[in-house]
Design a protein around this ligand. Structure first.
Ligand SMILES: Nc1nc2c(ncn2[C@@H]2O[C@H](COP(=O)(O)OP(=O)(O)OP(=O)(O)O)[C@@H](O)[C@H]2O)c(=O)[nH]1
Ligand SMILES: [Mg+2]
Length: 319
């Protein structure tokens, strides 16, 4: 199961209480204030970790409460500071404060950290002249956060269901998504690494799009956000028109859905790829396609692994 968003509740630990205490020996009529300060409460920190791939853990574990700082004690002794809590999330996680809607951070580098809820300051002990009474610790910050994962891939493969996106990804990368002759086989995004000669890039297989995806048809466009941060798109077409579809219309329709989703995605450089060239009739379709669309097209057969090097080269060049 691919979970790409989660909601969590975080609260920093409260600060420890300051201490009220007086030191007195037998010669002193009035004691000397010597109550120490409270320690600081735990911060809640979110850290990006490249070993994680999903936000699945947060389905079960949603509350992260920091422990409070130690209380101060006599003889100027400061309470201990609480240990911070570190929450690990996959690279590419966007953290949003639910109450304000503001994006706290977009974690893109492994190890990058952000404090999402500060622990409270410890209260002052009565040894401070300004604090006649010992103070209580401050409460920690509390927030509800929305975590959203956008995959970080260099290349996204877009196309109609059954165009052969998963077949292509398993032919050129280390990923092996399920392949089947029915639409919407792929129900969540999948990442693969292409490693060919001196060329290396990360490629994302996303579920198929259909006309009306931007209005929620099929699996809708909810997975398209995963291509927002890619740099190049492979626009994969079933050039054989195997299911009675017309590749020229498919090409236009997918572009229309991309445009409805976001202009930025629509404007990304595309490598147009004609798949299923091993099937009869694909050649004629390709001729017609070239005549009408007038853009470079890379003919391949993902199934028979034909011309894949040429495609990888073209993608690497665009990158
Ligand atoms: N003849 C032929 N069949 C292909 C080729 N590429 C894919 N197929 C077949 O097309 C069907 C769909 O392939 P998938 O790779 O699952 O297609 P997809 O685009 O990932 O489909 P969804 O995940 O449903 O969007 C499968 O039966 C594949 O074997 C090709 O180059 N030639
Ligand atoms: Mg697929």
């Amino acid at each position: 199961m691919f979970i790409d968003s989660a909601k969590i509740n975080v609260r920093g630990g409260s600060g420890g209480k300051g201490c009220k205490s007086f030191y007195r020996d037998k010669y002193q009529r009035r004691g000397v204030a010597d109550g120490g300060d409270g320690g600081k409460g735990a911060d809640i920190i979110i850290q990006a970790d490249h070993n994680l791939l999903t936000l699945l853990d947060f389905q079960h574990h949603r509350h992260f409460f920091g422990s409070h700082g130690g209380h101060g004690s006599g003889n100027h002794k400061k309470g201990r500071s609480a240990e911070d809590i570190i929450i690990r999330v996959p690279l590419g996680t966007i953290i949003q404060d639910e109450a304000t809607g503001s994006i706290l951070r977009d974690l893109n580098a492994s190890g990058e950290q952000v404090i999402v809820a500060r622990g409270g300051r410890g209260g002052l002990g009565n040894w401070h002249r300004k604090a006649e009474e010992a103070e209580p610790g401050e409460p920690g910050e509390e927030k509800t956060l929305i975590l959203d994962l956008k995959l970080l891939a260099d290349v996204g493969v877009v196309g109609f269901p059954n165009a052969g996106k998963s077949t292509l990804i398993s032919a050129i990368s280390n990923a092996h998504p399920k392949i089947a002759p029915y639409p919407f086989t792929t129900t969540g995004p999948i990442l693969g690494v292409v490693n060919s000669g001196n060329k290396k890039f990360v490629i994302a297989d996303i579920p198929g799009l259909i006309s009306g995806a931007s209005e929620g048809r099929g699996l809708g466009d909810k997975f398209l956000k995963h291509v927002e941060r890619t740099r190049v798109l492979i626009h994969l077409l079933d050039m054989a028109g195997f299911e009675g579809r017309d590749p020229v219309n498919d090409y236009k329709n997918i572009n229309l859905e991309l445009k409805n989703f976001s202009l930025e995605v629509y404007k990304k450089p595309q490598v147009i790829c004609a798949n299923k060239m091993d099937i009869e009739g694909a050649d004629e379709n390709l001729k017609r396609f070239k005549k009408l669309i007038k853009k470079p097209v890379y003919p391949i057969s993902a199934l028979e692994k034909n011309n894949l090097e040429e495609l990888i080269d073209a993608v690497a060049k665009k990158l």
